[in-house]
Design a protein around this ligand. Structure first.
Ligand code: HAM
Length: 420
């Protein structure tokens, strides 16, 4: 009978990859906590309307990538394609804004987008998402970016590029929209079908088009930074000044419009050459009207999401290996009595929080030692009939190849001491 495989674009994360993921997540918990963030856990499934209103009807995500279905024919539900809209839904539903003027939340989990799967792009992927709700001052933007880069550095990732842009606000963006429309007027025929539609729904989206002819046309188009109002220009300059304060290098990218409609003012991406076509590891930005658009008060926000698959792909295997120490002890056995004794000792030590391995299959001593080596065990202990009778055995340090005699009754103490 044929085996059943996973759905296209949905992938299993296996060990040792899971060790890398755990290291990434643990580092995020630590770093974000120091910057005052609290974890929030939110459902994978939301009412479809949340994303239509939050992300924007004319985005690729809402237009063609959402996993949307009628729940038993009654209600339209969607597997979340991102976390920001859900975080704000929860923030409003539980009145978190009433409790404090600044709310810093983060969440880690799977997102779903029905994109064409390829390396670095999956239909179920995972994000570490962080949001700051409340302040709209430029230092908040810089602080969030600083935390992000500090986190990436903690993971040993360098050779990353921070790209930033300002998308303006409700006051200055309409003029830019007009300028784009008049620039593209008369060239509609040269644009792809999607972009012709975008002219009506959201002309800024043309900047995101991957079709070569559209990209060539838009490369000549007016740029948003030239249309920023005094307030947005000042805000953006202050963000940059604060980044310089921490010596954070960045690149201005006037063409970065981001794929979601909620952004205002500061937007940013972290990219790397390492990942090929799917080069964005992080995307984020400010959203000063999203809370209001989702039915809440006028509260600003800014956040980012890191793609865990892409992040993990950048951590070399050798580094990941170093993250995972082998067992402290491997007990090799010869004979049934030794097996029984080892079984007792091994699980006793495990319950003391010490990683110990043994072999239950009664294999040759040679193959047991091979396994100890493969597992990168720090020490090995060989138990045979003589050792059981004499109630002592040789403890071998695998790195220095030195041996010391230990009494089996005091093994627990000796090993506990080594674990310190
Ligand atoms: P985004 O740019 O759509 O932003 O996604 C953020 C990151 O998620 C990307 O840079 C990428 O690393 C990863 N990602 C996105 N799609 C895929 C995919 N199909 N396969 C693998 N990885 C993927 C957002 O989602 C916004 N919610 C970020 C944000 C938070 N803005 C403000 N707050």
């Amino acid at each position: 009978m044929e085996i059943i495989t996973a759905v296209r674009g949905f992938k299993d994360i296996l060990p040792p990859e899971t060790d890398k993921w755990r290291h990434i997540e643990e580092t995020a918990h630590k770093v974000f906590c120091v910057f005052g963030f609290r974890e929030i856990r939110i459902p994978l499934l939301e009412k479809t309307e949340l994303f239509c209103r939050g992300i924007g009807e004319s985005t690729d995500i809402v237009e063609k990538e959402m996993y949307t279905f009628l729940d038993r024919g009654e209600e339209s539900l969607t597997l979340r394609p991102e976390a920001t809209a859900s975080v704000i839904r929860a923030y409003l539903e539980h009145n978190l804004h009433a409790a404090e003027s600044v709310t810093k939340l983060y969440t880690i989990g799977p997102m779903f987008r029905r994109e064409r799967p390829q390396k670095g792009r999956y239909r179920q992927f995972h994000q570490i998402d962080a949001e700051i709700l409340g302040p709209d001052d430029p230092r908040t933007d810089a602080e969030l970016i600083l935390m992000l880069l500090h986190f990436l550095e903690k993971l040993g990732l360098r050779k990353l590029t921070l790209e930033i842009n300002s998308l303006g606000c409700a006051a200055c963006r309409p003029a830019f929209r007009e300028a784009i429309l008049s620039f593209l007027r008369g060239r509609e025929e040269e644009l792809c079908g999607d972009c012709r539609r975008r002219l009506v729904t959201n002309p800024l989206r043309v900047f995101d088009c991957k079709v070569e002819t559209c990209a060539a046309i838009i490369s000549q188009a007016p740029l948003l930074p030239d249309f920023l109002c005094a307030g947005c220009r000042d805000h953006f300059e202050k963000v940059q000044a604060s980044l310089r304060l921490f010596d954070i290098p960045f690149k201005l990218n006037a063409k970065m419009v981001r794929g979601l409609d909620y952004y205002t003012r500061t937007t940013f991406e972290v990219t790397t050459e390492f990942l090929g076509a799917q080069n964005a590891v992080v995307g984020g930005g400010r959203y000063d009207h999203l809370v209001r658009d989702l039915g809440g008060p006028d509260i600003s926000g800014i956040g980012f999401a890191i793609g865990i698959e892409r992040l993990a792909a950048m951590i070399p295997e050798a580094d990941a290996d170093a993250l995972l120490p082998g067992p402290l002890l491997f007990i090799a056995t010869l004979g049934e009595a030794a097996l029984e004794k080892a079984f007792f000792l091994c699980n006793g030590l495990r319950m003391k929080g010490i990683h110990v391995e043994m072999d239950h299959a009664g294999r040759s001593l040679k193959s047991q030692m091979k396994r100890a080596d493969k597992l990168k065990s720090a020490y090995t202990l060989i138990l045979g009939e003589r050792e059981i009778t004499e109630n002592k055995a040789l403890l071998r340090n695998m790195l220095s190849s030195t041996q010391t005699e230990v009494g089996l009754d005091s093994l627990e103490e000796t090993i506990t001491e080594l674990a310190r």
